[in-house]
Design a binder for this molecule. Structure first.
Ligand SMILES: NC(=O)c1ccc[n+]([C@@H]2O[C@H](COP(=O)([O-])OP(=O)(O)OC[C@H]3O[C@@H](n4cnc5c(N)ncnc54)[C@H](OP(=O)(O)O)[C@@H]3O)[C@@H](O)[C@H]2O)c1
Length: 279
């Protein structure tokens, strides 16, 4: 049966041309034989309200949000999913049948799904988890870890105020550790996650010594350009298992695609390769 309408979604951000999301969603549209397109939408912060309100009128199913829109969008949406509310940011907008704008956050889910996928038998409650960073990415990762049963989270951030604000909003068993004590925070940890921008192309490596980290601890990064950050390279060299940040991006996109287009797509080796080829 012919499709009733051409499917449309996109990613709003500024800058936005670096985003891999168009390649990812267009791959799935094609894979599932759906006539549609996912486009980069270069929207500055002052234009976000008008751009979001235009989505239903233009027939868009929704959009993703990236820097700098994830928090600002909370003020604009008509309905906010409880998980997005807890995280304090939305990365996905779904246009309802009545034209309403519904905000979701799939980043934490994507992070956890990827770890589960890459590390068979992984458990969030295996021991203390050190989260480095307290920005939007950290909030999503921490909520994902808590919902998966993490019992002790050690939060290390350069600015103590931002760490304190995160704890005040999210709650649960999170201990904040001063930036100067970050290396010692790894003692006895079962897992470490870098959620800062350090290690990204054009940025210095994350300044963190792995000396006291148990060799069995999982080291992961949510930065995916480069795929192997200096942190992951150091961890691999000393024998720790590692998980890169690309899978988080791939997995968070699955529930968004399902909500917009009605099909839950898969993260396959072929898809990963096709995105890796652009990094
Ligand atoms: N894989 C994925 O799907 C995915 C999803 C989301 C984000 N990300 C990536 O994650 C990274 C962070 O994104 P975000 O949205 O969380 O950013 P954000 O909200 O701006 O937070 C940035 C974090 O990095 C820390 N930071 C920045 N410069 C630092 C430095 N020189 N030394 C130590 N810490 C520093 C900040 O600490 P202060 O509080 O002290 O400033 C803060 O904790 C980006 O590289 C982004 O591309 C990946």
């Amino acid at each position: 049966m012919a499709q009733e309408r051409f499917l449309m979604a996109g990613v709003m951000g500024w800058p936005v041309m670096h985003s891999r999301s168009p390649r990812l969603h267009n791959y799935w549209l094609q894979k599932h034989g759906l006539a549609g397109v996912y486009v980069p939408l270069g929207i500055k912060i002052e234009g976000l309200g008008a751009a979001l309100r235009a989505l239903p009128a233009l027939g868009f199913s929704g959009c993703n949000l990236t820097i700098p829109h994830k928090v600002e969008a909370l003020k604009i949406v008509d309905n906010l999913d409880p998980l997005a509310k807890r995280i304090g940011a939305a990365n996905c907008i779904v246009v309802g049948p009545d034209g309403s704008l519904n905000g979701f956050n799939n980043d934490g889910w994507g992070y956890i799904e990827n770890v589960v996928d890459r590390v068979p038998g992984w458990r969030a409650d295996a021991g203390p988890v050190v989260v480095v960073g307290a920005g939007g990415g950290a909030r999503a990762v921490i909520v994902g870890l808590q919902d998966r049963g993490a019992r002790e989270i050690r939060l290390v951030n350069r600015s103590p105020e931002r760490a304190a604000a995160l704890v005040a909003q999210i709650g649960g068993s999170i201990t904040t550790i001063a930036w100067n004590d970050r290396n010692r925070a790894l003692d006895g940890a079962a897992m470490v996650v870098n959620t800062t921008s350090q290690g990204m192309v054009g940025q210095p490596a994350l300044d963190l010594s792995l000396d006291v980290l148990p060799k069995t601890a999982l080291v992961s990064d949510i930065v995916y350009t480069p795929l192997e950050t200096p942190l992951l390279a150091a961890a691999r060299k000393r024998g720790n298992p590692t998980v890169d940040g690309l899978g988080m991006l791939l997995h968070q996109a699955r529930p968004a695609f399902k909500a917009w287009f009605g099909v839950l797509p898969e993260v396959t080796a072929e898809l990963r390769q096709s995105i890796e080829a652009t990094l």
